[in-house]
Design a binder for this molecule. Structure first.
Ligand SMILES: O=C(O)CCC(=O)C(=O)O
Ligand SMILES: [Fe+2]
Length: 406
């Protein structure tokens, strides 16, 4: 019974096709100490300490988009049970994990909760040497078998453990989200109303030892499509994030949980808090485990900042999720806040075209724009380019205008 997915085969097929030169190891600059925040102060009676703790959380979310918390209140014993379940889950046969068994499935997990590698990868750069269970808490809560004796439901030990763990991590996620909202002067009820127990989810990750460390990622660079994420990484290490334009390694700390801001919080805070790119490197010798909890709203939740000028137009979580899925399907990767990047690119082009336009008008006024220039190769080429830019802008503006009117 082999539990290992066929990573090497997939790797080889991508290797044959393209990008033989790609290496994942680049410019990581050692083990930075991302901020470590002691949550114990929130429980004490000293108001000044409490406020300082909240300020540290906000500052780290602004400057790093990442921080670690210690004294987070998750009992060690709950962690141990959760880790045991996680290891047992990944030790099942690959057939069973991938749902290929004869009607067998894993109780509490829907058929499509398992991922290995990156099915959409078009090249090595997009391939993740890892496997994961994406656990919808709805599936966990509805997985119990009816108990005719009590009228209730009977759950597997795995589901009970996951549900207990999720409930504790969820209240921690809400606490942090509310502190961050309060710091923006916003109503903290937003998260209670929109991020419900069954709209968030858990992901269990396993990164098998990789015979090609440095040639492939454990998890490709990405930002999270949620409000915030709580991650537990084991002692192996490998998580890296971008700080000041460089990759830095998050040193494993068994006492700490890692918090990172997701795309939705960045938009909701109007770019005050940053959703930072992160990735996981592979390890040649040992396997690595991590667990992540993603604080997500219901699909119909509208994301909008009340600060002016708004950096992002109002959008629903469903709309954003669908855009991300479409980007991944077409290009193999996610393009964070694509509409914003397009918009800025158009603004720059518009500005350049405007300058160009002014120069040409000035030349006309001075009678420097001669008919004979039309025969000059440079003039023809530059003129054509100018026209192309103008046309593209016209089309873009038309599209944007008609879209807004809908
Ligand atoms: O495994 C880790 O440390 C990070 C996982 C992660 O970034 C994710 O699942 O989105
Ligand atoms: Fe992530």
């Amino acid at each position: 019974m082999d539990s290992e997915p066929p990573f090497q085969e997939f790797y080889n097929s991508l290797l044959q096709e393209k990008e033989i030169k790609f290496t994942a190891v680049d410019e990581a600059v050692g083990e930075y100490k991302i901020p470590v925040i002691d949550l114990n102060r929130l429980n004490g009676s000293n108001e000044a300490d409490k406020e300082e703790c909240k300020r540290e959380i906000a500052r780290a979310s602004i400057e790093w988009g990442f921080f670690q918390i210690v004294n987070h209140g998750i009992p060690q014993e709950v962690w141990q049970r959760m880790q045991l379940e996680q290891v047992n889950l990944f030790r099942q046969s690959f057939e069973k994990k991938a749902g290929k068994g004869k009607g067998e499935n894993l109780p509490g997990l829907s058929g499509n909760s398992y991922r290995w590698g990156t099915p959409t990868a078009k090249c090595l750069k997009q391939f993740s040497w890892s496997e994961a269970f994406h656990i919808s808490l709805t599936d966990v809560f509805t997985s119990g078998q009816p108990n005719s004796f009590s009228g209730g439901r009977i759950y597997s030990v795995r589901c009970l453990t996951i549900a207990e763990f999720a409930a504790i991590v969820s209240s921690l996620a809400h606490l942090i989200a509310e502190i961050l909202a309060e710091n923006l002067g916003l109503k903290s009820l937003f998260f209670k109303e929109n991020c419900l127990p069954n709209t968030s989810y858990l992901r269990m990750n396993r990164y098998p030892p990789c015979p090609l460390p440095g040639k492939v990622f454990g998890l490709t660079p990405h930002t999270d499509t949620d409000f915030l994420t709580i991650v537990y990484q084991d002692q192996v290490g490998g998580l890296q994030l971008v700080k000041d334009g460089r990759w830095v390694t998050v040193k494993p700390n068994p006492e700490a949980l890692i918090i990172n801001i997701g795309d939705l919080f960045q938009a909701w805070s109007n770019d005050v808090y940053m959703s930072v790119k992160h990735r996981v490197m592979t390890n040649g010798q040992v396997e690595r485990f991590s667990v992540a909890y993603f604080l997500c709203p219901s699909y119909d939740t509208m994301i909008q900042s009340d600060k002016e000028p708004q950096v992002y137009r109002k959008f629903s979580y469903r709309e954003y999720k669908e855009q991300v899925q479409e980007d991944v399907r077409i290009t193999g990767g996610k393009h964070k806040q694509k509409q914003i990047q397009d918009f800025h690119a158009s603004l720059i082009t518009l500005e350049l075209v405007r300058i160009w336009d002014e120069i040409i008008i000035e030349m006309l006024k001075r009678y420097e724009l001669l008919d004979s220039n039309e025969n000059l190769k440079d003039w023809v080429e530059q003129g054509t380019r100018f026209q192309c830019l103008m046309k593209t802008l016209d089309i873009t503006n038309y599209y944007r205008y008609s879209k807004d009117k809908r």
